[in-house]
Design a binder for this molecule. Structure first.
Ligand code: SF4
Length: 426
């Protein structure tokens, strides 16, 4: 670590953050990073010199624990804990985290809170641009090599470059990922994406995140090519990623051999053994059909793999008419069967966890709400807190006044940890 005071800035390179993603009421930085502090702001950068977060330090910043984070998809997400988004305890209860993520793009949030209209937050972006000017002026001074290299890296990563980098990432994996599994909240959505299958099995009518492709596993050569390009893309910064997302909407349907092979190839080729914290996580989506079809060998192999694996399944409803109206081509009997399988897997495999999503919406019927409340309230023998349930508000027209009471009503009865699912893209 090297620190230097320069003009009105304190520059520190190669800081070490926490080695585990902890749930804390104050934002913590995971991994290795560098930092520039001015009187009013704290800017954090990854090992490529790309801006990762901005936090205000003066009295006009809404709350000392609030922070603007930038994703590898080049989106800003404001982490709010303040009164404007509801009392902090309620946020933790609702989404399982101490902060409410507020992405800069429209999503399925139930809160009508827009932090970007707050001039104090808007000014943070202005301060980020100003920083470039200040850094430019320091480049002529006789700086020690570590600091000079760091400043050069930051200067290299202006808005255009950041956009180009995101376009490059998307071109490697075949496009922007419209949604990440809700469980990636446990690693602050910081995952390396590897797409092993395009499309999904169902193409449900209500779904706003689907791709229109037919389900199609990727050939192994294409997956290996992605891995090679991803390794080059992340460069030295790859050590800051302790989690892998196997995409896209139903990687589980790609089958035992491809899932297992892809996870192990990624672990070895992306050198995840040496990732910061040494506690690798694997995330993927599955469907009712792919979960029912998957045999025990897959779960045994994943359980023995170097990862703690979480598979998120879209169950949606336990009401036949609702499934029909949503044009989700499956029967309640299958949903119940898949849910039971989820409970068995969560009980039998210590390094594997299945979580599930159900829908929440103002326009869904009383029967949907009632059947879901009863179903979650009557789960037999839930074990050790594994197997969270996420209630996913349908996009559009979600109002906190009507949806939050319904959510809490279902959550209160549920025998599994139950949270709201906030769609975040990459
Ligand atoms: S809800 Fe899931 S299965 Fe249905 S279309 Fe969307 S991504 Fe595909």
């Amino acid at each position: 670590m090297t620190s230097i005071r320069l003009k009105n800035m304190m520059i520190t390179t190669d800081k070490k953050g926490v080695s585990q993603f902890n749930k804390t009421s104050f934002p913590q930085r995971f991994g290795r990073y560098s930092e520039i502090r001015t009187q009013d702001y704290e800017f954090q950068f990854n090992l490529k010199g790309e801006i990762k977060s901005i936090r205000g330090l003066n009295m006009s910043w809404p709350h000392p624990s609030e922070i603007l984070r930038r994703t590898d998809g080049n989106d800003w997400v404001y982490h709010s804990v303040g009164a404007s988004a509801g009392p902090r305890t309620k946020v933790k209860e609702a989404i399982g985290e101490y902060y409410l993520p507020c992405p800069i793009y429209p999503t399925n949030t139930v809160w009508a809170f827009n932090p970007y209209s707050d001039p104090n937050i808007a000014q943070a972006f202005g301060a980020w641009y100003q920083l470039f000017g200040t850094l430019f002026d320091t480049r002529q001074q006789g700086l020690i090599p570590e600091i000079k290299n760091f400043i050069d890296l930051v200067m290299n990563n202006d808005d255009n470059k950041l956009l180009q980098q995101t376009e490059l990432l998307h071109s490697i994996i075949g496009g922007r990922l419209s949604v990440l599994p809700p469980d990636t909240r446990h690693v602050e959505y910081e995952v390396i994406p590897l797409v092993i299958a395009d499309g999904c099995l169902y193409h449900c009518d209500f779904c706003k995140v689907k791709t229109h492709q037919k389900f199609q596993p990727q050939p192994r050569e294409k997956i290996l090519r992605q891995l090679e390009m991803l390794k080059a893309f992340y460069g030295e910064n790859i050590q800051n990623y302790a989690a892998l997302f196997l995409g896209n909407h139903d990687a589980l349907a790609a089958g035992r051999e491809l899932v297992e092979w892809s996870a192990i190839e990624a672990y070895n080729r992306l050198d995840m053994r040496n990732a910061f914290g040494n506690n690798p996580k694997l995330f993927l989506f599955g469907s009712v059909a792919s979960l029912l079809k998957a045999d025990d060998t897959l779960f045994e192999q994943l359980d023995r793999s170097p990862f703690y694996t979480t598979i998120n399944i879209g169950f949606e409803s336990v009401d036949e008419d609702t499934l029909h109206q949503l044009k989700k081509p499956m029967a309640v009997k299958e949903v119940r069967e898949a849910f039971e399988k989820m409970m068995t897997i969560n009980r039998d495999y210590p390094n594997l966890e299945i979580t599930g999503n159900f829908l929440l919406g103002e326009n869904l019927s009383q029967e949907h709400n009632q059947s879901l409340t009863e179903f979650l309230g009557n789960i037999p023998n839930p074990k050790n807190g594994k197997g969270a349930v996420y209630l996913s508000p349908l996009m559009g027209g979600n109002r906190a006044e009507s949806l939050l009471p319904l959510f809490y009503q279902i959550k209160e009865r549920s025998r599994l940890p139950t949270y709201l699912y906030l769609i975040q893209r990459l």
